[in-house]
Design a protein around this ligand. Structure first.
Ligand code: NAD
Length: 296
């Protein structure tokens, strides 16, 4: 099973010279400034480990010159703090629990206390969770409480985060959330999370329309399957990875870096005309229906 960890270099024009733009996060030359993100600030919610998609997004945003403020769940505190030294662009960490309104607000209260008057330009919502029982029980018998938890954390939290973030967002901000194609097609074992992702994509459209007149953009990226802590809770996940690798048009799975690259674009002025969309970063898997392998 291939799990690509690096991206190829590509030419980037800067003035009259051409250099190689590369996901080399130690490079002091900010080759990504062509994206216009130098000096911008981002709130990033959803880093739990170095495998988190949000961590790759942090590395890409940092390489583009963005200062980062991370919201972390207390249960992952030690893992998240270990990553701190890898990115000087991290300006601060504050606890965040989107399970309640108050605990979500605490992030912004703590941020404001340390940085009065400071605002962000980018919000990354890379949060998902469903209780174990959502996957262990047949979908017909999942309890209301577990369904509500999955919906609150994985879908409604986008509204909750934006509601509290709005006073701390500069005009013309860009929010990116992460979804999965089970929102509109059946994926075995994804269960209640399919409903949560459908609701998350609906929140994306609703919030994009609500905040669009003020110039704020909200988009979703539908990622192909990637091995992370959250994904490890999905029964049969390795078999889904194998299936996608064999059948996606690009004949591979996507990496965290693939998703981070598209996020960087959506966060940047290059995507200034894009809002309310769900962009698929899945090696093309979502455009297929009958696998080519049936012809073998
Ligand atoms: P991850 O486990 O690294 O990240 C999930 C994050 O959600 C963690 O940082 C966790 O702390 C956070 N979270 C959970 N409950 C929270 C709460 N109550 N308050 C605050 N934060 C909370 O896994 P990941 O795969 O990087 O997941 C990021 C997002 O990407 C999720 O929305 C996930 O559904 C989505 N996604 C993942 C895949 C995949 O295959 N890994 C595919 C498509 C979409």
């Amino acid at each position: 099973m291939k799990s690509p960890k690096t991206r190829p270099m590509w030419p980037v024009s800067i003035g009259n010279t051409q250099r190689l733009g590369v996901a080399d996060y130690t490079c002091s030359t900010r080759v990504f400034f062509v994206l216009g993100l130098e000096g911008k600030t981002a709130f990033v919610f959803g880093v739990a480990s170095e495998d988190s998609i949000a961590w790759a997004i942090c590395k890409h945003l940092a390489a583009a010159g963005v200062t980062l403020y991370l919201g972390y769940q207390k249960r992952f505190m030690s893992r998240v703090f270990k990553l701190k030294d890898e990115l000087p662009a991290i300006g601060g960490f504050y606890p965040l629990d989107v399970a309640s309104d108050d605990a979500t607000k605490e992030f912004f209260t703590a941020f404001e206390a340390d940085h009065p008057g400071k605002k962000a330009d980018i919000l990354i919502h890379a949060i998902g969770f469903a209780p174990r029982a959502c996957f262990d029980r047949p979908i017909l018998f999942v309890e209301d409480e577990d369904i509500n938890t999955a919906m609150t954390i994985s879908a409604n939290s986008l509204q909750r985060c934006l509601k509290h973030a709005l006073p701390y967002l500069n005009p013309g901000s860009s929010t990116v959330t992460l979804t999965y194609a089970a929102s509109n097609r059946f994926v075995p074992s994804y269960g209640i999370m399919s409903m949560a992702k459908a609701a998350l994509e609906c929140w994306t459209r609703e919030l994009a329309c609500h905040l669009g007149p003020e110039g704020h953009r909200i988009n979703a990226i539908s990622s192909g399957p990637i091995r992370t802590i959250a994904a490890s809770g999905i029964p049969g996940f390795d078999r889904i990875l194998d299936h996608v690798e064999a059948n996606a048009p690009l004949r591979r799975n996507v990496s965290q870096e693939d998703v981070a690259g598209a996020t960087l674009w959506l966060a940047s002025p290059l995507a200034a005309g894009v809002t309310g969309q769900c962009v698929y970063v899945d090696a093309g898997y979502s455009i297929t229906m009958v696998p080519e392998t049936i012809m073998n």
